[in-house]
Design a protein around this ligand. Structure first.
Ligand code: 1BN
Ligand code: ZN
Length: 344
């Protein structure tokens, strides 16, 4: 064998060995390997934390690419790093300095990947008085008429002290930023546009009710109903609490049945169905105002966070409970669902 060929062979062996040892146990337990998946570093591994900026997004694909036969894959390590950086800002309730820092962080990241970023600022009337709030809409244009929304909330619970929301608020926000990298790398999408929507004020200010919750989502759904934008929306895909190491996304009875079926089809296409729909519950979340506005909706939420949901809305909602694999699974299923929507 010539020296160049020996190097190539060694490189191949090393790549195979390394990708095998970066698979976290949950992945081995749940499903066969997915082709093209990005290597994921388990939280708590010995390697120093990467800086998300160094895990640079890929260059955009050439224009006029053919419709996709395979959906792109997210980079789990980068999604995890975004989440880590967000959580390091501390509790991020509405009105806090960390909330403003996160808004600036979103602005800086999104302007690198999106064709345009809209800010929807408004004042919410809450039981604790008026609060300034702000939704971000990052647009990734496609050639087909219609828009698929992928959404997350980025605020954390106001009345809870020491609550950093690694899973609740952090994980889905980090994942959406990574989805922005993937969408950007495709150039103009040969299909529906995607809008990544970062919603404010999902959490209740005092006690969760129809009027004390999902402030950002209610405001945006109302605005897009009034100006006709809802008619462009083919689907509203919400991600919430999707970073749990023990990922178990439920089937939500308040979501649109055919869209839930499509999510399951997407998961099955990727061999990831065991992470989805073992349990069925009706969930009130940011998707409800859009469902009421007539948009097909699906809430991808894992609401068993620790035994009996013991980590939910507690100071125990921290990075060590998360797995990059869970971000990867959810992100890849979102992208595959989008690909299936494009074919409908
Ligand atoms: C999700 C994360 N939610 C709040 N933080 C919405 C919710 C509220 C889900 C009550 C179930 C019950
Ligand atoms: Zn919450």
């Amino acid at each position: 064998m010539r020296p160049g060929n020996i190097c190539l062979a060694l490189g191949l062996v090393l790549t195979l060995v390394c990708s095998a040892c970066t698979q976290p146990p949950s992945a081995q337990k749940h499903e066969p390997a997915v082709p093209n998946q990005a290597a994921a570093t388990p939280e708590g591994s010995a390697s120093p934390p990467a800086v998300a900026q160094n895990l640079a997004p890929e260059k955009p694909a050439p224009q006029n690419a053919a419709p996709q036969s395979v959906a792109p894959r997210v980079n789990a390590a980068r999604a995890m790093q975004y989440t880590r950086e967000i959580v390091a800002m501390g509790p991020r309730p509405i009105g806090s300095q960390a909330h403003r820092r996160l808004e600036e962080y979103l602005r800086q990241h999104l302007k690198k990947t999106a064709a345009s970023v809209q800010e929807d600022a408004f004042t919410a009337q809450t039981p604790a008085g008026p609060f300034p709030m702000r939704n971000f809409i990052a647009e990734y244009p496609g050639s087909k008429d219609g828009v698929v929304v992928m959404a997350s909330h980025y605020d954390t619970v106001l009345p809870l002290k020491n609550f950093v929301g690694a899973n609740d608020g952090g994980s889905s926000t980090g994942l959406l930023l990574e989805l922005g990298n993937q969408l950007h790398s495709q150039g103009k999408l040969p299909s529906y546009s995607v809008w990544l929507v970062f919603l404010d004020g999902e959490e209740a200010v005092k006690q969760w009710s129809d009027t004390d919750s999902v402030y950002g989502s209610r405001h945006l759904a109302e605005k897009w109903s009034a100006d006709g934008t809802v008619r462009k929306l083919r689907a509203f895909l919400l991600a919430d609490m999707i970073g749990d190491k023990d990922l178990d996304i439920l089937r939500d009875e308040n979501s649109t049945p055919w869209l839930e079926d499509l999510v399951m089809q997407a998961a099955s296409n990727l061999g990831l169905q065991s992470y989805f729909f073992a349990n069925t519950t009706a969930i009130g979340d940011d998707h409800i105002p859009f469902a009421k506005a007539g948009v097909p909706v699906a809430d991808l939420i894992d609401f068993t966070y620790g035994y009996n949901n013991v980590f939910w809305h507690t100071p125990e909602d921290t990075m060590d409970k998360l797995s990059p694999r869970s971000l990867e699974v959810t992100g890849n299923v979102l992208l595959e669902t989008k690909r299936l929507l494009d074919q409908k």
